[in-house]
Write a protein that binds this ligand. Structure first.
Ligand SMILES: [Zn+2]
Length: 181
């Protein structure tokens, strides 16, 4: 499961987790622009003030996603509390637009300001994950020091690594350890 596949199935959640990882890795405005690359209009709108606000959203996302990846009831309760604060601060404005593939429901109007709109999208994505009891699918990479957050779409919920690179690195390390022992 790559981040691209998650983008195809749930853009809000993909952005929420990308923002979370950006905050964990102390990324800045250029990394922000690559997260929103799929939405050129958003990238065009990101100025210094908005970048700062989006990095704030990234920090809050990281806190929520890390609590969910901890996979413990009490952490999820705290995450739900943080999501509720976001939902209240950035209420969704459900809005239908006619797209080539038919009528599509959006959480904000097309002309909505960038940061509140994306904040509502991210809050809504986390809210659905918690409300549908899918939070067990939010995980943290167990490859060495990595810890990148991901969403596990595998059938048996067995995913442990953020990427093939981390998986291969861990396999190689385990192999070296066995040979050394
Ligand atoms: Zn990793």
């Amino acid at each position: 499961m790559t981040s691209q596949e998650l983008y195809a199935s749930d853009v809000g959640l993909a952005v929420a987790l990308d923002l979370s990882n950006l905050a964990r890795e102390n990324g800045g405005a250029s990394e922000l622009r690559s997260i929103f690359a799929a939405d050129p209009l958003s990238v065009e709108w990101i100025d210094d003030t908005q970048a700062e606000q989006l990095l704030g959203l990234a920090q809050r996302s990281a806190e929520i996603a890390t609590l969910l990846a901890g996979n413990r009831g009490e952490g999820v309760d705290r995450a739900a509390g943080l999501v509720n604060v976001l939902l209240e601060e950035f209420p969704a404005q459900l809005h239908l637009t006619k797209e080539p593939e038919g009528w599509t429901l959006h959480r904000h109007r097309r002309d909505a300001p960038l940061v509140p709109a994306w904040s509502a999208v991210v809050a809504g994505a986390f809210a659905r994950v918690i409300g549908d009891a899918r939070w067990t699918r939010v995980g943290a990479c167990s490859g060495g020091e990595c810890g990148r957050l991901f969403y596990d779409l595998s059938k048996n919920r067995s995913r442990r690594y953020c990427s093939l690179a981390c998986q291969n690195r861990s396999k190689a390390a385990a192999y070296r350890l066995r040979r050394a022992g």
